[in-house]
Ligand binder design. Sequence first.
Ligand code: SF4
Ligand code: SF4
Length: 434
Amino acid sequence: MEFKELPPVKEQIMKCVRCGKCRSVCPVFAEVGNETAAPRGHVFMVQMLRDGKVEPDKAVYDKLSACLMCETCSVNCPSGIDVHELNAAARSYIYEKNPSIAKEFIFDTMWTNPGFLKASTHFMGGLQKLGLQKIARDMGLTRILPGDLPEAEKILTNIPTKSAKTCLPEINKTVGPKKYTIGYFLGCATDLLSPEVAKATIDVLTRNGCEVIIPPGIKCCGLPHIANGKMDTARKLAAHNIKLFNSYNFDYVITDCASCSAALSRKNMEFLFKGLNIEDQAYDFSSRVMDLTSFLINVIDIQIPEVKYDKKVKVTYHDPCHLANAQGITREPRELLKRIPGIEFIEMNNANSCCGGSGTYSVTHYKMSMKILDKKMDNVMETGADKLVTCCPSCMMQLKYGVRRHNWKCQVVHPVVLVSECYQNALIEQGENR
Ligand code: SF4
Ligand code: SF4
C-alpha cells in the first residue's frame, strides 16, 4: 500500500492541533529538548514528507528513528493520533527509497529465518563461553562493528547456549483435567535470550488446565522490522504466523512477551493489514491473542500454592511500554505478583516510563538509551527491591544491563518465573511432608 494511503497517514495527520501534550511526555524530548526530536515535530515531518516538502532521505530517517516507539505520546494525544504509527510508516517509506545491504541481511535474511537467528545467537553464546567475546572486546575488534554496536554489545551478555525450543516439546499435556488448548507464541527473545521464561510459562499453564502447543515454524512477531523501516517484511512475517496459528483450533494464543502481544494485537493488525485481503484472517487471529498475565488473572483466576518463606522479598515492577501503553495492561502483572506468597510489593516512581531498551533501540541509539536507562535505574534503586520484575524479555535484557551498570544487587525476572518457583517449592514441601 502506498505511503500516503496508509490509514494513519491518510486519516490522522490533520487531527494534530499542535498542542504539545505529546512533547511533554516524550522521554527522548526530555533529553534533547529539540522540536525535531519531539513527537509533535515528527507529525509535522511526516506531513511534509507526505506533501513532498522534504526529501525521503537519510537525514529525515535519522531524525525519525531517534524515537523509541514507546507509544507514550500516542496514549497521551488528546486527538487520538497514533504518532508512533505515523513514524513507523514514514521510516518504511524512506527506507524503501534508501535500502541498505546490512539491514537487508539482518532483517530479511537473518531475522526471518529462525534457524539462522538461533545459530547466530548461539555463536555469540559460544564466543562468550570460550571467553572469546571478552578477548575480541579487549583487542578492540568489536570496534569494527557498525554504528553503536561496539558499545551496545556490552548489553548482550549471558546468552544462553540452549534455546527454549530445543528444550521444550511441541505438545505439553495438562497436569489434571484439560480446560483450554493454548497456542504458545514463543517469540525470538524469550526463545533465545530467556528460555527459563518459556519453561516457566509452560509449567504454570499446564498446571492450570492448559494443553500448550508450540507450533513448529513460528517466526518473529515483526516488531523489530516495523521499528527499522521494514514494514513489508513485518507484513510477511505476520501473515506467516497468522496462517500457522489459524490452522489450529486454539482457544487462546498466549505470549509471555509484551512486544509480541503488542505486535499480534488487533491494533497492530489494523496498522499492517487494513484494507488488504488478509484483514479478516488477521482479526480472527488477534481475537485469540492474550498476554500471559492477563490470561492467568482474568481467565484462569490463578490461585498460587501457599509455600513457606523465611522473610518477605521486596519486589518492584517495571511496565513495558508495549504492555502498558500499547495494550493498557498494568493491573494484571501487579495482581499476579501480589498473589505470590512471601512478596512485599513496592511500587516504583514512574513505573511506566520507558527503560530505553525498546527492542533494537539500545543497539542503534546506545547513548540515548543509556540516559533513559539511568533514569529508570534511579527509580528502581529508590525502592531497595531484591527483585525487579517485568514482562518483556527485551526490557529484561536492558534492565539486567542497568543493574550491572549501577552495581546494584537485584535479580531481574519475569513474574511467571516466580509463580513457577512457587509450584516447584510446593511440590518439594509436599514431598517432605509425606
Ligand atoms: S498531542 Fe497530539 S494533537 Fe497535540 S501536538 Fe502531539 S500529536 Fe498533535
Ligand atoms: S513513541 Fe516515545 S520516544 Fe517516540 S516520539 Fe512518542 S513518546 Fe517520544
